[in-house]
Design a binder for this molecule. Structure first.
Ligand code: DAK
Length: 274
């Protein structure tokens, strides 16, 4: 692949968008490769996925403005569909996806992070939907997902003004779950960069998730996602079905039997995804 790196360490996989010279901007090839990489994730062994950008400066600085600048209406629609299809694939991906946002997350970059389940970022991260300043609307789900994440009023303010916000503000409005800084020694020298600490934090969160019963975790993701698009009455039924679906699995039987076992010497075994 030209622009995507893929690495699996145990139950955790990391996709790195690797187009650093263009601040990891999303062109058609990046989107096609990302789509193919998602299709190739081994869901029997991977239990949590991390998406990040190459380098220390940028997660994804948006859709590729050069490529978009000459599109016709029909081509613009097709480009929008290509991005939307990949982002929806991330959003509905069976396992949790963590965006490790290492710098600029603008336009399509903010949008791809919002299609992930959880966002954590470095303290140099910048989020924004600058599209109206380019004469377009957000086209990869930004109008929809930003409003769902931070509320309609805040989303409208950010989108109408095209104002970029820094990591602390993104944290304050609930767009990101955590902000990660570099580690310094007593003399003020950097011993681990913010990006290194970000990846470590994402991996730690991913491995905490990966230790839990995979079928239950997947069903939680489905219940939350599908419930958010439904009325409360419908959402409760969605939850009931996914809750019921966990029973009779080996992991449910083992997890509950382990809790009920009075022999505290016993070490909990890994869940089997069965
Ligand atoms: N596209 C293409 N190249 C980009 C880019 C982008 N979005 N962002 C940066 N680059 C390239 C720069 O052109 C430059 O390339 P060279 O000149 O070195 O060849 C290189 O990356 C380094 O960038 P800068 O020199 O500009 O770096 P600075 O540190 O000075 O500035 C910056 C960093 C992130 C503030 C700046 O690069 C910037 O403002 N970038 C653009 C950010 C932006 O506006 N992003 C939103 C793009 S709009 C739709 C589908 C999708 C979308 C809309 C509609 N439909 C079809 C329905 C989505 C739209 C967007 O994402």
């Amino acid at each position: 692949m030209e622009y995507i790196l893929y690495e699996q360490k145990g139950a955790i996989a990391t996709i790195t968008i690797n187009r650093e010279k263009a601040l990891n901007a999303l062109n058609s090839t990046v989107l096609d490769e990302l789509n193919a990489t998602l299709d190739a994730v081994d869901l029997d062994t991977v239990r949590a996925l991390i998406i990040t950008g190459a380098g220390e400066k940028s997660f994804v600085a948006g859709a590729d403005i050069g490529e978009m600048s000459t599109l016709t209406k029909a081509e613009g629609e097709a480009f929008g569909k290509k991005g939307n299809d990949v982002f929806r694939k991330i959003e509905t991906f069976p396992i949790p996806v963590i965006a490790a946002v290492n710098g600029f997350a603008l336009g399509g970059g903010c949008e791809i992070s919002m299609s992930c389940d959880i966002r954590i970022c470095t303290d140099n991260a910048v989020f924004g939907q600058p599209e109206v300043g380019l004469g377009i609307t957000p086209g990869f789900g930004g109008t929809q997902r930003l409003a769902r994440l931070v509320g309609a009023g805040m989303a409208k303010q950010l989108i109408y003004t095209a104002r970029n916000i820094k990591a602390p503000e993104a944290y304050r409005i609930g767009l990101v779950n955590d902000v990660i800084s570099a580690t310094l020694d007593e003399a003020g020298n950097v011993t681990a960069t913010a990006k290194q600490n970000l990846i470590a934090a994402a991996e730690k969160m991913a491995s905490t998730i990966a230790k839990n019963a995979p079928i239950a975790v997947r069903n939680c993701k489905k219940a939350i996602n599908e419930g958010l698009d439904a009325s409360m009455d419908e959402a409760i039924v969605i939850e009931e079905k996914l809750f019921g679906d966990c029973f009779e699995t080996e992991d449910q039987k083992y997890g509950m039997a382990f809790f009920l076992d009075k022999n505290k010497e016993k070490v909990k075994e890994p869940f089997k995804n069965k």
